[in-house]
Design a protein around this ligand. Sequence first.
Ligand SMILES: [Zn+2]
Length: 338
Amino acid sequence: MRPQLHPSLSSAWRDPSTVQIGATTGQSHVFGGLSPVEGAVLRAMDGNNDLCTLRDLATTAGGSPDTVDRLLELLIPAGAIVDRDAIPDDDGPLRQSLPDRVSLSLLDRSLDGGGTAFARRGQRRITIHGAGRVGASVARLLDAGGIGDVHVDDQELVTHADVSPGGHPADGVGIARDRSLHRFLDDGPAAQDSTPPETDFAVIDSAVCAEHPHHTGAYVRAGVAHLLVKVTEVTGIVGPLVVPGESACVRCLDLHRTDRDHAWPMMLDQAGRYPPEMPACDASLSAAVAGLAAGQVLAYLDGYDVSALNGTIELELPYGLPRRRSWQPHPDCGCTWQ
Ligand SMILES: [Zn+2]
């Protein structure tokens, strides 16, 4: 092991015996009362020295070799240390994902620089239904986030209205949406038919994918977790993230709305049959919604509780401040019945 103060965290000395590692609320720790020997060992934790060398350094400086172990017992649980030996050299294709990997390591406080967590994402397959502005961007973000197989299920032709930064490029206009994105997605084969493949997770843009009621029902029955996302008028909505049998599903939300507004099913039906002639989808809003959606998916698959479980996150122009609405499973839905 070659300990290194986490290369993604700032470290600053408040005085000769006090160091602060990290700058933000969830990541910063202050270690005070450090002796000159401990300070010297800490400074030598730069990824170049193994444990033997550090213990020798502590002894030479007039301290005990145990100083190294005592410091590591403090620093490792705080997420302030990585093991340089566990982090691959950043030559080649791994270099592009380095910021994502070290971000993961700040969350899980792993010694390996996030390598294991990132590799776990590489085993996942996610299907995107509806690859307009939002869905295309979600697909590319999930790919950048390390998802091994991002499968786009959308054979509609790309229109000029679908082109956006981070989504479909301008030269994709006129070709199928899945094929337009294929060049950006590692190992994501363009679909040969519209049958949803075996998948670990699905993202469904209900504003773009006309078959969204079919997909949400099928995924609930199949026990596959899925996230709804859409931009309607000047509001972007991320959620609910449905874990079948555990959290509120799309039908639960419709039943809650029907309780409050008996005309809701008729409204829903007509909105589906007569969509707006010119759907609005602000490019900045769609990028924000896509980023939020991809972040929720990745965090959920990484094992974290996320805000879109039993909830929706809404972003409205021009304010842009995310607002969470809570939704519980509806007693009449049956999706969480044992
Ligand atoms: Zn339900």
